[in-house]
Design a protein around this ligand. Structure first.
Ligand code: SAM
Ligand code: SF4
Length: 365
């Protein structure tokens, strides 16, 4: 073992605040150094969160999207895709499934649409979900960039968490993975995150890991942004290419999937150490690379899982990337499979609780 390197990692891990250089060093860690990083992050998770995992029953209610992000399989420009939009009854039936199975919370996710019809529809759904669950189901929204008034209406109707990944805080990289037009504007994304936080949402963000052109310097900058912005929740996952997207042409320059996976685990470990009491999602994309990918993330720092409760017949059409897992499972399969897997990670699923971000509570009181 290289004692000099070991000391360096140990020394970094005792610091209260990490510099960008420290973070890069942690993201580069291999062998014993990597083990030290994961040991530290899992100790911190145990101390601040416990060995607990909360569910957000995920309803991917529509793959219709008005945007054209260059990495995403459901982008507007992808014509090789059957578009779907769940009926309100189908969404409410999925919500009822979550409630009956004592999931503490739901996450409603879709392609991004703006305008009165969409805003009214989501508001109406929020009211109905609150009604059918006697106000007991917590609700996370992940439906992209919207006007502040819309965010406010949804907050007042009962949504209390919002996930909006910044995708990358390096503006040059952001502009390489999005079309350069007013619909895909970095500053608007930042404004949206700020608005969500000001309105009072538990605000979550994150990035994709292993994107073309992305460097460790970029990723370290992303983590420093999350700390500085004081996020309550983090959702990060590996970038996985999709054949029908413009970014596919850069595939040959990508790091291998296994390395993207490993780097994602390191990112999760580092943010857990930097932000001890936030909620961290174990993203589904991890499982697309490693069958027990999400469980590995739970072991080293994540505490939120999103079992997919979208009706099975639609799942195949919400393909953000190739080889998306579990597209032919039922909601019941998904739950029992996840529960067994969580115990593999020596963790326990907590039913019937919201499992809110402790960081949010501290930040607000
Ligand atoms: N439309 C909303 C938005 O963009 O915020 C929510 C749904 S969008 C599909 C959710 C997330 O999927 C995005 O924030 C992005 O990070 C992720 N995603 C899209 N394409 C991906 C890909 N090829 N690999 C991994 N993650 C991807
Ligand atoms: Fe639409 Fe979200 Fe995909 Fe971008 S990432 S194309 S906004 S669904």
């Amino acid at each position: 073992m290289n004692r000099k390197i070991e000391n360096t990692i140990n020394e970094i891990l005792t610091r209260v605040d990490f510099s960008k250089t420290d973070i890069i060093r942690l993201l580069e860690s291999e062998a014993e150094d990597r083990t030290l990083l994961f040991k530290k992050s899992s100790e911190i998770k145990k101390k601040y969160i416990g060995n607990k995992v909360w569910f957000r029953g995920l309803i991917e209610f529509s793959n219709i999207c008005g945007k054209d992000c260059l990495y995403c399989g459901i982008r507007k420009g992808n014509k090789n895709l059957k578009r779907y939009n769940l009926s309100d009854d189908e969404i409410l039936a999925a919500a009822k499934f979550a409630y009956d199975n004592r999931y503490g919370s739901l996450a409603l996710q879709s392609g991004e649409l703006e305008g009165g019809l969409f805003a009214n529809r989501v508001e109406n759904l929020l009211n109905k979900i609150k009604e059918l669950s006697n106000g007991e189901l917590g609700i996370t929204l992940s439906v992209g960039e919207q006007e502040p008034e819309v965010y406010k209406r949804w907050y007042n109707a009962g949504a209390h968490r919002y996930l909006l990944r910044v995708e990358s805080t390096n503006q040059t990289l952001y502009s390489k993975i999005h079309p350069n037009d007013s619909k895909h504007n970095f500053n608007r994304r930042m404004d949206c995150l700020k608005n969500l936080q000001d309105i009072g949402y538990q605000t979550g963000t994150g990035v994709m890991i292993g994107l073309p052109f992305q460097t460790l310097d970029d990723l370290a900058g992303d983590l420093l942004f999350m700390k500085d912005f004081n996020i309550d929740m983090c959702g990060m996952g590996p970038y996985i290419e999709h054949a029908d997207t413009p970014l596919i042409k850069h595939s040959e320059n990508l790091m291998p999937l296994k390395e993207r996976f490993d780097l994602t685990l390191k990112m999760i470990a580092v943010i857990r150490i930097m932000m001890k009491d936030i909620n961290i999602v174990a993203a589904t994309a991890l499982q697309a690379i490693d069958p027990i990918g999400r469980e590995k993330a739970v072991k080293i720092g994540a505490n939120i899982l999103m079992p997919n409760i979208t009706p099975g017949k639609y799942r195949d059409s919400y393909k953000l990337y190739d080889n998306k897992p579990c597209t032919d499972d039922s909601a019941e399969d998904c739950q029992s499979c996840l529960e067994a897997r969580v115990s593999l990670a020596d963790a326990e699923v907590i039913y019937g609780e919201w499992g809110d971000s402790k960081h949010y509570d501290k930040r607000r009181h």
